[in-house]
Design a protein around this ligand. Sequence first.
Ligand code: KMH
Ligand code: ZN
Length: 308
Amino acid sequence: MEKLIITAAISGAATVPSLTPYLPITPKQIAESAIEAAEAGAAIVHIHARRPEDGYPSSDPEHFRQILTRIKKKSDVVICITTGGSVLMTIEERAATVPIFKPEMCSFNLGSINFALHTSLPVIKEFRFPWEKEYLEMSKDFIFKNTFKDLEYLCAITKENQAKPELEIYDVGHLYNLDYLVERKMMTPPLHLQFVMGVLGGIRGTPEDLAYLKTKAEVLFGKENFTWSVIGVGAAEINLSTMAIHMGGHVRVGLEDNIFIKKGVLAKSNAELVEKVVHLAEVLNREVADPDDARTILGLKGKDKVGF
Ligand code: KMH
Ligand code: ZN
């Protein structure tokens, strides 16, 4: 079996700071957490930025620049920049960092969905920052917009900048959206699929749903034309990771997607979540990929060709 690529999603935009005191917020904290995750075994780090003063999701290239340059100075980990951004950003704001920084990878969300975060509200006793409550509440009436126009726009940007897309698939229909892009040659295999399971509004994190997504992808694209990875959002993170390790897929963990190391116990860092996956890989006899292994497996352009 191919070596296991572990991606660490460091800070995201869906986890609000009041949910965990361990969420990295400032550019320095995000970069240091990414470096630690890489040292623990992550080959890729998936990066969002936040406003340093209050943790609000940021699309400011200056925040990204501080994070990216700091990571690059200390680590050769593959950097994947989000183009999902946060729920309130336009597609232009979300994708602006790609031509500026020309990363080896960037995320690519494959369809519009409900992306509800309001279920976190009852567990927060006290809010650290004023924006958080409204942000979670409004997600109940919010559509994460990724129309075909947006998808085509992102195809052009990722191609122009040779950024390999981390193809975020939240439901079966997103595989068909991807097929539309592949058929029209806007997206070129080999593809790297990231099954995002457990968002309220998308597919759940059940074993049969994962098996179905993988099977459907094989039917549509052919086994040899894609690699795949899984994100178990929330409680499903470690269970789905275990399945993916066993099934030949890859794994993404991190405080963007899940804040617990086990039931009721907060993860103290992204590195701690990565260590748990490294341990699972050992138990299941799967070798872990380093960043250069990941570059080879995914066919990335290489760290010398980034723009930061
Ligand atoms: N937050 C994850 C559920 C993105 O950044 O493009 C999906 C994600 C989206 O990572
Ligand atoms: Zn993300």
